[in-house]
Write a protein that binds this ligand. Structure first.
Ligand code: SAH
Length: 214
């Protein structure tokens, strides 16, 4: 189907995907809100990061980020997720989108991100923020920097300094940074009904070009 791409269309299409029914608390399975996903992806699409590119979505969950990149012209998205239940929903979501739009191909890998060994053009990830397991997001970042030279990554805004130092140590520079109010919906049983928001920083990292010693 021919589709005129706009940020509003992207947000609406992503809002129709299935989300976690019974999220696993220990894995911090919080889906990215569709408005925030569209906002983030739109910023990146503007700089041609996805068009005709191979994308890896680490800790893909139900797939909103990787599917968004496909909707914006990625040639392939590789979804890496260790939870089979989440990956099952991710596959369903991809099939739904594929039946409606002319999108690129997908690969689904039930793996711990640390065991992924491939390469790609871009990594996109909204990893666990490490509230249950300290520095859980560092494993993701380390892997992302091995896979691609452009990385989009979500982290708690109050860890910005640490994240940037870590990226620096891996020779990646922050080219873009913006903050979003990330709604953690009351999907967990023990949560009260209201939506709790936390400040999340979205980073775009790019591998620093080595300067030659002349
Ligand atoms: N990227 C999705 C999901 C975010 S929740 C979205 O934006 O909506 C984080 C996801 O990472 C969960 O689905 C969780 O199961 C997965 N995860 C956590 N640790 C992981 C690991 N070590 N390897 C692979 N997946 C992991």
């Amino acid at each position: 189907m021919e589709q005129k791409i706009s940020k509003g269309w992207l947000a609406k299409t992503l809002s129709q995907l299935k989300v976690f029914e019974n999220p696993r608390i220990s894995e911090e399975q919080y889906p990215t809100d569709s408005e925030i996903a569209a906002e983030t992806l739109w910023n990146s699409a503007m700089i041609e990061d996805f068009n005709q590119k191979v994308i890896v979505d680490l800790g893909a969950g139900t797939g909103i980020l990787g599917i968004g990149t496909l909707l914006l012209g990625a040639s392939k998205a590789i979804f890496v997720e260790k939870d089979s239940y989440a990956l099952g929903i991710c596959k369903e979501n991809y099939q739904k989108i594929k039946s409606e739009f002319n999108v690129g191909e997908a690969e689904f890998l039930e793996l711990d991100v640390s065991n992924y060994a491939g390469k790609a053009d871009v990594v996109i990830q909204n990893p666990p923020f490490g509230t249950k397991e300290e520095h859980a997001d560092r494993v993701f970042l380390e892997k992302a920097f091995e896979i691609a030279s452009v990385v989009y990554s979500f982290h708690k805004a109050n860890t910005k300094e640490f994240i940037q130092q870590f990226a620096d140590s891996k020779k990646f520079k922050t080219t873009h940074y913006w903050e979003v109010d990330f709604p953690l919906k009351a999907t967990q049983k023990f949560h009260t009904r209201q939506i709790h928001r936390i400040k999340v920083g979205v980073f775009r990292f790019e591998k620093a070009v080595e300067t030659q010693n002349l």
